[in-house]
Design a protein around this ligand. Structure first.
Ligand SMILES: [Zn+2]
Length: 415
């Protein structure tokens, strides 16, 4: 029988992870910056683990004997299908703080360390795909989208380049962006994860955390190489996950219709020689989670007077303690990573997203709200409440508080 392994605590620098590999966030080259190493090896220089929340499933695989702990991934043929960057923003330590700009092509960026046997894992993967989306197919059928043979390849398929990005948090930069103290941030991250990462409080020399949360995917229509050219028209939607609507078509919100509309407009701009970009963040239920979201739905529908727009945000706050936990301050990092300086058409009504993009130095020329005919009846509550709260409303005036009382959602007794 195999001898059981000792548990080695991660919190003391003389016990483990003592061969620190230098990491200079914002350095001018990948070589000077150094690789992010969150592998369970002595050469580690980051807190946390790869694959976001899926690290827990990896632990189950190891625990059940299906996966050797010391496995070294064979990364042959996995490098990006299209090059992204590097851009000058990659070497600004404050411009990108929540992803690793050098995380895609590690074989090119860190050949010496890899040759030495350092276990480095990519945190970004870039690939190609063809999408089959019913709303896009309907737009093709209706003659709203042309088949150009290059982007829309036939009646059913659209070509896209997509990048999956895992979060890599440079803690001093995150703290600065959110205007909080780094020590306080580290302490509360430690406490609120039930003490999951002791190094947050015992190893202030380790500045990078790979948090156990979902990442994002960037869907790029048209050549990714020209995203950094501000003269090429860019249509962009940044979308936060809403599984109930995005995948299952729940009609209480506008998520899927707005997403599909954004995709169709993105494709149209790419067909004109520009680019379309749809960024999909795993921030379910305003990053409060789906259980919280359904509790809020129940509270909204069952409250006295039923589901009305004047109580839309209030009910979320009653259940969750906050209205929103998405921290859009960190969202523009992916746009900055792609080299974007100007968005010609922003397919979003969110004032939080708009303000965050502007603060990151991205110029936004036009904003587009969701066309009225795409709003499901039961989602009128959401849209009216958001417009009253300062979301972009286009030409129409924002609703008054009297209007909000009158915008009602379906009750559970109605069919
Ligand atoms: Zn939704």
């Amino acid at each position: 029988m195999k001898k059981p392994e000792h548990v080695i605590l991660t919190s003391h620098s003389n016990q483990i992870y003592n061969k620190k590999v230098p990491l200079v966030w914002g350095a001018h080259t990948a070589e000077k910056r150094g690789p992010i190493i969150a592998s369970q090896t002595p050469e580690r220089n980051a807190i946390g683990s790869h694959s976001g929340s899926y690290a827990v499933y990896r632990a189950l695989s190891v625990a059940s004997g299906q996966f050797p702990r010391d496995y070294r991934p064979d990364l042959a043929f996995t490098n990006p299908t299209r090059p992204i960057g590097p851009f000058s923003s990659w070497s600004d330590p404050e411009a990108i703080v929540s992803i690793d700009p050098w995380g895609a092509d590690i074989t090119d960026s860190f050949p010496k360390q890899l040759a030495r046997g350092t276990k480095i894992m990519p945190t970004i993967a870039i690939t190609e795909a063809q999408l089959q989306i019913p709303e896009v197919q309907k737009a093709i059928e209706d003659g709203d989208l042309d088949i150009d043979g290059d982007i829309v390849v036939n009646e059913t398929n659209v070509k896209v380049c997509k990048a999956a990005v895992e979060p890599v948090w440079y803690l001093p930069g995150i703290a600065k962006r959110l205007a909080i103290d780094e020590g306080e941030l580290r302490k509360i991250l430690f406490q609120e994860t039930g003490g999951m990462f002791p190094e947050l409080v015992t190893r202030p020399d380790l500045k990078v955390l790979l948090p156990p949360i979902g990442g994002l995917t960037a869907y790029i229509f048209g050549p990714p190489e020209q995203l950094s050219n501000p003269d090429k028209e860019l249509t962009c939607r940044v979308h936060d996950e809403c599984n109930g609507s995005d995948v299952f078509g729940s009609d209480i919100c506008t998520c899927r219709p707005y997403l599909a509309y954004g995709i169709i407009q993105a494709i149209k701009t790419a067909q004109k020689g520009g680019n379309g970009l749809v960024v999909y963040f795993r921030k379910e239920g305003r990053a409060l989670g789906e259980v919280t979201k359904y509790l809020v739905y129940n509270a909204r529908k069952r409250q006295e007077g039923g589901d009305s727009a004047d109580n839309y945000f209030y009910r979320t706050e009653c259940v969750a303690g906050v209205q929103d936990a998405r921290f859009q301050e960190l969202m523009p990092d992916v746009l900055v990573w792609l080299g974007i300086k100007r968005i010609h058409n922003l397919m979003s009504m969110s004032d939080m997203k708009f303000n965050a993009m502007q603060r990151s130095g991205i110029e936004i020329l036009n904003r587009f709200n969701i066309p009225d005919h795409l709003i499901p009846d039961d989602a009128q509550v959401e849209i009216a409440a958001k417009k009253a709260a300062g979301y972009y409303a286009g030409e129409t005036p924002a609703p008054t508080s009297k209007d909000l009382k009158e915008v009602k959602g379906r009750s559970y007794d109605e069919t």
